[in-house]
Design a protein around this ligand. Structure first.
Ligand code: BMA
Length: 896
């Protein structure tokens, strides 16, 4: 990830503007000159015309048609109510972006000028001054077009004609050879467009089970010119390798250079902080060449490593690279570099058939704690740095150390990965293919090949990326026949699968990046999948690789129905976002469970029904006579249900890390589905569109804590596991308090012996038959009492969060009373605090300040004391008055 001083014109273009006057009629000279290559930005206001009529409007680049129309007030918020369907027409048209600009003489005087499109969405023909310069068909590629001889002294006219992606996909599908490539269309409930697998574009932009159909059209990344006389540096990457035998780090440094003619010179590579520098002979051939160098790091310099969050620091160093031709410096660049190793360990496990599946970072086995990332907005140009940073910070604040960038979205922007590097988030990076079979025609494969080369070289310097993965669920789709393919046609699809993911994508990744593992799909059986010819009989096999698991009709509190995989990379339950988030896109008539909006917004078949059925297994459904209150109570309860379901499942995976039960276990990862939302709608997310944490995200903060007590019942006994992610061994005991629902004073308490909890393990700390536990505890029964527990060290100091176990469903519990909350907001040194008072034990206490941006220090908690103080960290300006006005407090007993 080269930084701002990088001589690559593209980077200078983004980061060092000489003037800010971009707009029609001007360009922006970029630089100061670093080396001889000059950048010239063409970002800013362009003109946008639709093919369907006389409409012409100004449009920002980077941007898309939807945001341009919105900006001009020609459409309403596309997320508002039913607008996703109302605005379908937008992408059934073709659109033309155009701009005029004049180029400074010093640029035109250069021997080469390249017109660079950093991202075109998607199918376009581009012309400059009326002459065709090229075509595009892949939003995940950068396109370079040589234009030196087309540039004129006065005004230049650049035009990009974009074809409707929906019509293009339909045409490509119709003209595809003798067979159909399923699925043709998404399920009706998604209200989406068809044949998205035929266009190299964000796959979820044609709709998904959590997202709208907005197949964007536009120039979603920047446009600029690069001009040079001798050569330009297109790309710099640096990937670390560790030689165990020599105990030496080295960096593999790659320079993609385009030269006008054969040039001989030198390249100097240096990391002054590590006292490491080398000057090497370099020769640049005409056209684009890749020059690979190795910088050996001085073995006397102690290299500090990059560690995942919770396991150490994220130390980086500055690498500088400069070129020398005679006495002339054609480029100089610098880049952050981090040092770490990653291994995916798949080896036999004693007592278990199959293979292990876990990541070792810097030689240490790491449990992946986290979630799955989807696009943060349907309109990528609205995904600001602040949005990305806030979401990634929220992940880390919930004690996550890993995110999977899911294959139905986009390869994220550079800053996403830079922030993951900084925060210590391990990224499981899918290639952008999801839930479909794909064509393998020559031009499709060619464009994918270029996409993969570009993305791998763009991203491989990021230590955060720990694995590449070919696609989302396409192995499973073939193996378990999602699309009803006749037996006679299966070999053909199998062959296509191998062509795309193995012979092309995998082969390219192996060539481009030997520093991290590659998986062909998720879920997959890893090495076993390979053994079975790349499509395993059962890619969900718990003895191998990763699994995805969704069963909405099972009682989610019952862990015994769960698979015990090596690594759980997807599982989850839906909930609705909070009322304040929905209010942004709704009107009063939408505010009921039976409204048209409630069903329109649900893109997952039977999703609303599934949520209610799952909720009703353990909770009374809301029965307030006020319809609005009943609606908001229902939203609340879906979040309670989701939080509790995902907690149960995640804790099961966490406690399965050290053991093998009936041949299964050694689970080393829990990535629930999904972290974020693309719009205000029901989904599996733990963070709402706009950044507000759902109850699940607050739960994650606890269940992903470095030290955690996990309680559950097994054959009539209550068991507590101590789960530790700490490097050191701990000596801990479990302490349990038994409470009656009707009283704030514990009825009795039990403590286990001190036990050894080795670093990075889960061990049983306590086991008591529930009957015996209750027999010694007044008149407690399963219905009238509950268990609250924590871990503590020898001095009685608590380690990790408190946890609890309900001995019956709250629906059947006896003695839960209305807590009659009193709350007072006060300001303290760093933010705000809410002093909360309750008359009785209150489960799932939910503090809500509506649309005031920020987060509480904890929320959704079980309150077993009369007083509790909760912090509130605002993400903008607020006041005691505003918070006091907005604050509501709800607990379970308040909704029925
Ligand atoms: C998995 C994901 C997504 C989907 C989610 C919920 O299949 O890969 O495709 O949104 O489940 O259904």
């Amino acid at each position: 990830m080269p930084s701002s001083r990088d001589a690559r014109c593209a980077y200078v273009a983004v980061l060092v503007l000489w003037s800010t006057g971009a707009g029609t009629g001007t360009g922006t000279l970029l630089g100061p000159p670093v080396g001889e290559c000059r950048g010239f930005s063409l970002n800013g206001k362009w003109t946008l015309r639709s093919s369907g009529g006389p409409l012409a409007l100004p449009a920002e680049v980077p941007g898309c048609v939807h945001t341009a129309l919105l900006e001009q007030g020609l459409i309403q918020d596309p997320y508002y109510r039913f607008n996703d369907v109302a605005y379908r027409w937008i992408v059934l048209e073709n659109w033309t972006y155009s701009t005029t600009f004049s180029v400074p003489f010093e640029l035109r005087a250069k021997r080469k000028a390249i017109l660079v499109f950093e991202g075109v969405d998607t199918v376009a023909s581009i012309s400059l001054n009326g002459v065709a310069v090229g075509k595009t068909d892949n939003m995940f590629r950068r396109y370079d077009f040589p234009v030196r001889d087309l540039l004129e002294g006065g005004q230049n006219m650049l035009e990009v004609v974009l074809m409707s992606p929906v019509l293009y996909a339909a045409e490509r599908s119709a003209s595809h050879s003798s067979y159909r490539v399923p699925p043709a269309c998404p399920p009706d409930v998604q209200k989406g467009e068809c044949h998205v697998n035929f266009i190299r574009k964000e796959q979820s932009s044609f709709s998904w089970d959590w997202g709208p159909s907005f197949p964007t059209v536009g120039l979603w990344k920047g446009v600029h010119l690069e001009a040079y006389d001798i050569l330009r540096l297109i790309h710099l990457s640096a990937v670390p390798f560790y030689n165990r035998t020599l105990s030496q780090w080295s960096l593999q440094i790659e320079l993609l250079v385009e030269a006008v003619e054969t040039m001989k010179g030198q390249v100097t590579l240096a990391i002054p902080e590590l006292a490491s520098e080398q000057t090497l002979r370099a020769s640049f051939l005409p056209g684009k060449t890749r020059n690979i160098y190795t910088l050996h790091i001085n073995t006397n310099s102690g290299v500090e490593l990059w560690w995942p969050h919770g396991h150490g620091e994220q130390r980086f160093y500055r690498l500088s690279v400069s070129g020398l031709l005679d006495t002339h410096f054609p480029f100089s660049a610098d880049s952050k570099v981090y040092f770490r190793t990653v291994e995916l360990v798949q080896e036999p496990i004693q007592g278990s058939p199959g293979l292990s599946f876990y990541f070792r970072i810097n030689g240490k086995a790491i449990f992946l704690k986290g979630s799955n990332w989807i696009p943060a907005h349907a309109f990528q140009d609205l995904v600001t740095l602040a949005v990305v940073r806030n979401l990634l910070k929220s992940a880390v604040e919930a004690n996550m150390n890993a995110l999977r960038v899911w294959g139905g979205g986009v390869y994220e922007q550079d800053l996403f990965y830079s922030i993951c590097d900084e925060l210590g988030i391990m990224v499981w990076q899918d290639f952008m293919f999801a839930c479909a079979l794909y064509p393998t025609e020559k031009d499709f494969i060619e464009t994918v090949r270029e996409e993969v080369v570009q993305q791998v070289s763009r991203l491989k310097s990021h230590p955060s990326i720990v694995v590449w993965s070919g696609n989302n669920e396409n192995e499973a789709a073939l193996a378990t026949d999602w699309f009803g393919i006749p037996v006679s046609q299966k070999p053909r699809f199998h062959q296509d699968y191998i062509t795309l993911y193995v012979k092309n994508i995998r082969a390219i990744v192996q060539e481009e990046d030997q520093s991290r593992p590659f998986l062909v799909s998720s879920p997959t059986n890893g090495a076993e999948t390979q053994q079975e010819g790349w499509v395993a009989a059962d890619p969900y096999d718990q003895h191998y690789g990763d699994t995805h698991f969704y069963k909405y009709n099972l009682d989610c509190w019952d862990w015994s129905a769960l698979p015990r995989p090596r690594l759980a990379s997807e599982y989850g339950f839906q909930s609705w976002p909070s009322f304040s988030t929905l209010q942004q896109v709704t009107v009063e008539t939408d505010w009921s469970w039976s409204s048209n909006f409630t069903s329109h917004r649900q893109h997952h078949q039977d999703g609303n029904q599934q949520m209610l059925l799952q909720t009703a297994m353990h909770f009374h459904l809301p029965n307030c006579s006020d319809p609005l209150r009943r609606y908001t109570d229902t939203l609340y309860l879906t979040q309670v249900m989701q939080a509790q379901c995902v907690k149960t499942q995640t804790e099961f995976y966490l406690r399965s890390r050290s053991e093998v039960v009936e041949g299964k276990g050694r689970t080393m990862g829990a990535l629930y589905w999904q972290l974020n939302d693309v719009w205000q709608a029901p989904s599996w997310s733990s963070i709402e569109f706009g950044g507000k944490w759902k109850m699940l995200h607050y739960f994650a903060q606890d269940f992903f804590a470095p030290v955690l007590p996990v309680g559950f019942e097994d054959a009539g006994s209550f068991v507590i596991y101590a789960v530790s992610d700490m490097a050191d061994n701990l000596t801990l005991r479990a302490a349990v308090s038994v409470y009656a629902w009707s009283s704030l004073d514990p009825v009795c308490a039990v403590r286990s012996e001190m036990i050894l909890v080795p670093g990075g393990s889960a061990v049983a700390a306590l086991k008591r038959p529930v009957d015996a536990l209750l027999a010694g505890c007044g008149s407690c029964s399963r219905l009238s009492c509950l268990l609250v527990f924590h871990l503590e060290d020898g001095d009685g100091g608590q380690r990790g969060p408190s946890n609890h176990h309900y001995l019956s469903s709250p629906r059947e519990a006896q003695g839960i009373q209305k807590p009659n909350f009193r709350a007072k907001v006060q300001e303290d040194g760093t933010g705000f605090v809410v002093a909360l008072q309750a008359d009785s034990i209150a489960p799932f206490v939910w503090l809500d300040v509506g649309g005031v941006p920020g987060r509480f220090s904890s929320n959704g908690f079980l309150m077993v004391s009369q007083n509790r103080t909760v912090g509130f960290q605002p993400w903008g300006q607020t006041s005691v008055q505003q918070l006091s006005r907005a604050l509501t407090v709800t607990s379970l007993r308040d909704v029925y």
